[in-house]
Design a protein around this ligand. Structure first.
Ligand SMILES: NC(=O)C1=CN([C@@H]2O[C@H](COP(=O)(O)OP(=O)(O)OC[C@H]3O[C@@H](n4cnc5c(N)ncnc54)[C@H](OP(=O)(O)O)[C@@H]3O)[C@@H](O)[C@H]2O)C=CC1
Ligand SMILES: O=C(O)[C@@H]1CCC=N1
Length: 476
């Protein structure tokens, strides 16, 4: 058994590499470290620094006091499964994986050793750890003894600063801010350099100016009593060049590019490893947004027929249920209750297969619905239903597509409300204007109930968006 602080990394890739770079020669020596990684190239790189490696977990792991799980979230369960039998009672387990809760991790660890789950700490470091300038968010399960917290703090403060969070969900915010943050900053630096070069500077000049500006501004912000907003104002002469640049730059870059992805990442993190085929870089996300067709699943003929059949069934039922014998009262029909489900179907199709394919289902559904409606309803109702359906659905698809990258509820809610209003007044106007039917009263009641039902359908949308509404694979 070794006496000094010994650390085993399970997964020796990018982040483990950054942490090891900061730890070696500082808190630990190469002989105190073990890296378990199936990748031969990764192991060779660590062996060349004098670090012991193993291709798979084995008994030797039991000699290491701290285990840092540094594998991708998708393979974490498998990595724990392969190693947990070598845990000792005093092993401190640290996970650096994004989005994997202590409950999941403890569950996987508990399969081997119930006591081990009480010695579990989650953290979120970042790559400047390599030069001991990292910052790590830390969260410990409530039962973790203070000696283990202190040990984790010692390990992680040797590669930079540490910030403890009381609430585990805050680690997702740490991930979005400082875990991923270096990537945002590097992209910002790349953009500054490219901008400088495009204005006539050499690569070297642009790079020096960009890096020095970032360093100087960071140090100034860190050392100043003024908040960053005040420091920004100090640079921005009224009506000057900075103001002109900031007008476009601050809004386009800092708000659109930085804040929105940060929020989206935080929202998505708990499900990230389950819902995404592969985590994409901000640049890839941007590229995907530009090439709308590549982010959606290809729709098979079977899926198309199923979607059309479901859509047709809802429309036909609603056409029957909107007729006078199915009026609930003077201002409400049963059709108003069933019909909004069409929009839930369209939104899920739009989310999973994209707007083009959602439009295709709606167009086929439209023909099918009008024909079927003739068989069960008055012809005027059938025409009204077709016109209203097509117009409202196309509007819903368009608005949903425009809002799809905002908070999850905005696209279905706003698109649904607009579509419900257009749909109702078109339908009742075309179907009943000039007849004895009190269509304005009915339409008003109908639209009210549709708006309420549309809001209620946000719950099933939220539940289904992660399975029925999620692209299973992305088109090449
Ligand atoms: N990169 C970063 O800046 C940060 C990453 N993290 C977290 O760190 C973790 C690792 O990310 P990152 O370093 O970027 O990923 P990498 O892919 O660079 O590293 C993971 C390493 O684990 C290896 N591996 C795969 N399966 C196993 C296994 N069963 N047992 C042991 N090793 C295995 C991989 O080998 P192979 O390549 O052959 O699959 C790879 O070498 C993630 O959970 C991430 O959320 C946290 C903060 C920041
Ligand atoms: O991209 C990732 O998933 C990890 C988490 C934080 C930084 N990198």
């Amino acid at each position: 058994m070794k006496n000094s602080l010994t650390i085993a990394f399970i997964g020796g890739g990018n982040m483990a590499g950054a942490m090891l770079g900061g730890l070696l020669g500082n808190l630990c020596q190469p002989q105190d470290i073990l890296v378990v990684d199936p990748n031969q190239e990764t192991r060779s790189a660590w062996e060349s620094k004098g670090v012991a490696t193993a291709a798979a977990a084995s008994e030797v792991l039991s000699q290491y006091k701290v285990w840092i799980y540094a594998v991708k979230p998708q393979v974490m369960q498998q990595a724990i499964h392969a190693s947990h039998r070598f845990l000792q009672k005093d092993t401190l387990v640290i996970s650096i994986a994004a989005g994997l809760t202590t409950t999941s991790l403890a569950g996987w660890l508990d399969q081997a050793e119930p006591a081990s789950a009480t010695r579990l700490i989650r953290c979120m470091p970042n790559t400047p750890a390599l030069i001991r300038q990292g910052i790590t968010g830390l969260y410990a399960m409530p039962d973790v003894p203070s000696s283990d917290r202190d040990l984790a703090q010692d390990v992680l403060s040797s590669i930079g600063e540490v910030v403890w969070v009381d609430n585990e969900a805050q680690l997702d915010a740490v991930t979005a801010l400082s875990g991923s943050g270096p990537a945002y900053v590097f992209l910002f630096i790349e953009s500054l350099i490219a901008g400088g070069i495009s204005l006539g500077l050499s690569q070297e000049q642009a790079q020096r100016l960009a890096l020095s500006t970032l360093k100087g501004a960071s140090l100034l912000a860190a050392g100043s009593e003024d908040p960053p907003a005040r420091l920004r104002e100090n640079v921005t002469s009224p009506g000057g060049t900075t103001a002109a640049a900031l007008n476009r730059f601050a809004q386009a870059i800092l708000q659109d590019w930085y804040r929105r992805p940060c929020r989206r990442l935080m929202t998505a993190l708990p499900k990230w490893h389950r819902s995404r085929p592969q985590p994409a870089s901000p640049l890839k996300i941007q590229e995907r947004n530009n090439m709308n067709t590549t982010r959606f699943e290809k729709m098979t003929i079977k899926q198309t027929l199923l979607a059309v059949a479901i859509m047709g069934l809802i429309i036909v039922s609603s056409n029957i249920l909107v007729q006078p014998q199915f009026h609930i009262n003077a201002w409400l029909t049963w059709g108003a209750i069933t019909y909004p489900i069409c929009f839930l179907v369209t939104d899920l199709l739009n989310r999973r297969f994209g707007p083009a394919r959602a439009r295709r289902v709606v167009s086929i559904g439209f023909i099918f619905a009008v024909l079927a409606s003739y068989a069960v309803a008055d012809s005027r109702i059938a025409i009204a239903s077709g016109v209203a359906f097509l117009t409202a659905q196309l509007l819903d698809i368009l608005v949903f597509d425009r809002l799809r990258d905002k908070s999850w509820w905005k696209a279905p809610f706003i698109a649904g409300w607009l579509a419900a209003i257009i749909d109702t007044f078109l339908f009742f106007g075309v179907a009943f204007a000039g007849t004895d039917v009190p269509w304005v009263t009915l339409a008003t009641g109908d639209v009210g109930i549709k708006l309420i039902i549309n809001a209620m359908l946000l719950a099933p949308f939220r539940v289904l968006m992660w399975n029925l509404g999620r692209p299973r694979s992305v088109q090449a």
